[in-house]
Design a protein around this ligand. Structure first.
Ligand code: PMP
Length: 407
C-alpha cells in the first residue's frame, strides 16, 4: 500500500545532522525521597533538586517562589476553583478575572484590559480580530506576532530591526502605492507592530520615534510588552517608562514572565476591548484563564508596583553587565536581557556546557532562533539573585570563556 505518512525519522535525522535538534532534558533523576503521594492515591515522582543557579529565566522578579504569590494561587483555587470551566463568554467569567483586568488597565493607563490564555493567544487573536489591511512589523518580532500577521491574511511589510528610517521608507512606499492606485488613507487600515523589549537581542524598540512615524501616516501602533511588563514605572512596561500611553492604541503582553503566572492580556480603549472580545477567536473559543493564574498575576502586579523587587533586578543587571563587559565579552541590547555573543553554534554549546559544569544554567541560543554566526548565551539575572550568585555567575563565564578561547 502507498505510504502517505510522514517521514519523521528523516526529519529528526536532518535536525540532528545540522546541530539543530532540541530536546527536553531527561527526567530520570528521581530524588531519594522518591514519590509525592497525590490525594487520589496516585504518585508523582519528585525530581532531584539541582543546586544550579538559573540565569536564563523570564521569571525576572523571582516571584514564582514568593509566599504571597503562592498564597494568592491557593486562595483563588479554594474560593473560586482551579479552572474557569468554560470560555469567559459562557460561564468562565469570575471576579478574579475582572479584578486582574481592572488592575492591568490601571497599570497601563487604558480604559480597559482583557486577558487571554497565553500571550501567544493574545497576539494571534488581536491581530486576526483587527484584520489590518497592512501591517508593518519589526523583523525580529516574536513568533506569535508573525503567526498573527499570517493568519490575519494582511499584507505584511517587514522593516529592519528597531530601524525607524527603514520603517519610514516602507510607510512612504506603501503610501505612494496607495495614491498611485487611487486609494484614500481611509480605505486602508495600517498597523505598526513591535515588541518593546526583544527577547533574544535585549534591544528596546524606539517607541517614541515609531509613534511619530505612525502619527504622520495615520497608522495605529501595537506594542508587545511581554518582556517589560512589571519591570518599569509603577509595574508597567516601556510604554509607561516613556509616557506613551496616549499615542499607542494597543498594549499587549504576557502574564508568564515578570508576573509569575500564565496567560496574556491586551490593554486599550473600551471599544478595542469590546471588538476583540467579540472577534478574537483565541478569546471566544478558548477557556478563560484559570482563577489561580489570574489571582497570581494580580498579586504579582501588586508586588511589582509596591516592593523593591524591580530595584533589586536592575541592580543585578548593572552588576552583571559591568562584570561581563570588563572581562571583554560583547553584550548586546539595553534591557535586563544580556545576550553574550559567542558566534559559532558549537562554541555556544561548549560554552553553555562549561558554565553548567560550574552550576550556572544559561542555555545556548542558536539557529534557527538566531541568525548563523550570532549564537549567544542569553543571560538574565533575577531580582532574587544575591551578590554571591552574581559573582558565581561571573566566575563561571570567565572560566568557560577561557576554555572556549573567547577570552
Ligand atoms: N510575545 C513575546 C515577545 C514573547 O517573548 C512571548 C513568550 N516567549 C510571547 C509573546 C508569548 O507569550 P506566552 O508565553 O504567554 O504565550
Amino acid at each position: 500500500m502507498a505510504d502517505r505518512g510522514f517521514d519523521l525519522e528523516n526529519r529528526l535525522e536532518t535536525l540532528e545532522e545540522n546541530d539543530l535538534k532540541r530536546t527536553l532534558s531527561p527526567v530520570d533523576r528521581v530524588a531519594e525521597r522518591g514519590y509525592f503521594a497525590q490525594p487520589s492515591g496516585s504518585e508523582l515522582p519528585v525530581l532531584e533538586a539541582t543546586e544550579a543557579l538559573v540565569f536564563a529565566s523570564n521569571n525576572y522578579l523571582g516571584l514564582t517562589d514568593d509566599q504571597r504569590i503562592q498564597d494568592a494561587a491557593r486562595q483563588a483555587a479554594a474560593t473560586v476553583g482551579t479552572g474557569a470551566g468554560a470560555s469567559r463568554l459562557v460561564t468562565g467569567d469570575t471576579l478574579v478575572h475582572r479584578d486582574l483586568e481592572r488592575l492591568l488597565a490601571e497599570t497601563k493607563d487604558t480604559e480597559r484590559a482583557l486577558t487571554f490564555s497565553s500571550g501567544y493567544a493574545a497576539n494571534v487573536g488581536t491581530i486576526t480580530a483587527l484584520e489590518p489591511d497592512v501591517i508593518f512589523s519589526d523583523e525580529l518580532n516574536h513568533a506569535s506576532i508573525i503567526d498573527g500577521c499570517q493568519l490575519a491574511g494582511s499584507n505584511t511589510v517587514v522593516y529592519d530591526h528597531c530601524d525607524v528610517a527603514s520603517l519610514r521608507t516602507k510607510l512612504e512606499q506603501r503610501a505612494e502605492r496607495a495614491t498611485r492606485e487611487g486609494r484614500e488613507p481611509a480605505d486602508e487600515s495600517w498597523l505598526i507592530v513591535t515588541d518593546s523589549v526583544f527577547s533574544m537581542d535585549g534591544t528596546v524598540a524606539p517607541l517614541d520615534a515609531i509613534c511619530d512615524a505612525a502619527e504622520e501616516f495615520g497608522a495605529w501602533v501595537m506594542v508587545d510588552e511581554a518582556h517589560a511588563t512589571g519591570l518599569y514605572a509603577n509595574g508597567g512596561g516601556i510604554v509607561q517608562a516613556e509616557g506613551l500611553e496616549d499615542r499607542i492604541q494597543i498594549q499587549l503582553g504576557t502574564l508568564s514572565k515578570a508576573l509569575a503566572s500564565q496567560g496574556g492580556y491586551i490593554a486599550g480603549s473600551a471599544e478595542l476591548i469590546e471588538c476583540v472580545l467579540n472577534e478574537a477567536r483565541s478569546f471566544v473559543y478558548s477557556t478563560g484563564l484559570s482563577p489561580p493564574a489570574a489571582a497570581v498575576a494580580s498579586e504579582a502586579l501588586h508586588v511589582a508596583r509596591h516592593s523593591d523587587a524591580r530595584e533589586r533586578l536592575w541592580d543585578n543587571v548593572a552588576h552583571l553587565r559591568d562584570g561581563l563587559e570588563s572581562m571583554g565579552f560583547e553584550i548586546w541590547g539595553d534591557s535586563q536581557i544580556l545576550p553574550v555573543l559567542i558566534g559559532d553554534r558549537r562554541d555556544a554549546i561548549a560554552f553553555a556546557d562549561g558554565i553548567r559544569e560550574r552550576d550556572i544554567v544559561a542555555p545556548a541560543i542558536r539557529p534557527p532562533t538566531v541568525p548563523d554566526g550570532t549564537s549567544r548565551i542569553r543571560v538574565v539575572p533575577m531580582a532574587t539573585h544575591d551578590q554571591g550568585d552574581i559573582v558565581t555567575c561571573l566566575e563561571a563565564f570567565r572560566a568557560a570563556g577561557e576554555e572556549v578561547g573567547l577570552l
